[in-house]
Design a protein around this ligand. Sequence first.
Ligand code: HSE
Length: 356
Amino acid sequence: MVRVALIGCGGVGQAFLDLLRDRGPELGARHGLDVLVVAVSDPVRGAVARAEGLDVGALLAALKTTQGLATYPDQGGLSRGWDSLDTLARADADVMVEATPTTPSGEPATTHCRTALERGQHVVTSNKGPLVHAYDELFHAAAARGVRLGIEGTVMSGTPALRLARETLAGDTVRSVRGVLNGTTNFMLSRMEGGASYAAALAEAQAAGYAEADPRGDVEGWDAAYKLVILARHVLGRPLAVDDVERTGITAVGDLQQAEARDRGQHWRLVASLDAGDAGEGPLRARVRPERLGAEDPLAAVPGAMNAITYRTDLLGAVTLMGPGAGRRETGYALLRDLLDVVRAPGHPGDEGGAR
Ligand code: HSE
């Protein structure tokens, strides 16, 4: 039995609860995942906590019908109104699932992660901010406490881009990274290629739950830059500050540019790359920029909110992974997948994270 405190129950947090409810029996039978949600806290939607466990179906009913937790029924022993830090201090959780939105400062999520790890709680997060601002500190804290820090959902949602590089390709060495790493802009560019306006394409991406709370994070390339910072540290073992990413967003890709690309059979993509020369040991160049790609480029064919990443490796050459890059359920799955690792290896000394 693993006791979970969920911090942040917007679209991604609710999708995580949906998965627990819908897939719970199968996860229990096949993977031994037996989850007791003991607290949910969200600055907008409210908070409930109960040591004996909350009813996930009732949580979802309250969240989906009233957009808040005030109507969650008290079956006895219920506490209401704990903020995130109260929750971490009082809920007696084994794992904090952190699903608050990414902010440029990385807060309050970095404080949530730091606090939970210091308390010896495992952390599973889809929030990029803590990794952009405090990767080494957090992984060291996890290792010192012998707990896990799961971050799969920070890059390409539930598509296992980080696991592929760190676990599946163990023994090989990744030298460079090139990808389409933002779902919102790829969705928008795909729609605009079909004739949609920039504004309509953005509105559709927001409605589908792909965009950041402030969509400038997507269209100006910040989100892809954050992912490069995480990939640089986690996959290449290279520290990178977000200010060192050369960054151009998609706002300059207008109708004219789309028409020109179409005439030549090309596609605009927001390409994010990490390159340190052929041997992978030179100065690291990190770049996010719109590029017009010909059909021969595998990234040209990435449709809608899909993303793709190509790792150039020593032993296998180029290895490309394509899959969903954004979305509520897709990111909720990443949280669930990281939670499975907590259960499979209780007390595992963190992901080998900062050691690389
Ligand atoms: N806004 C992000 C995107 C969400 O569109 O890719 C996933 O990180």
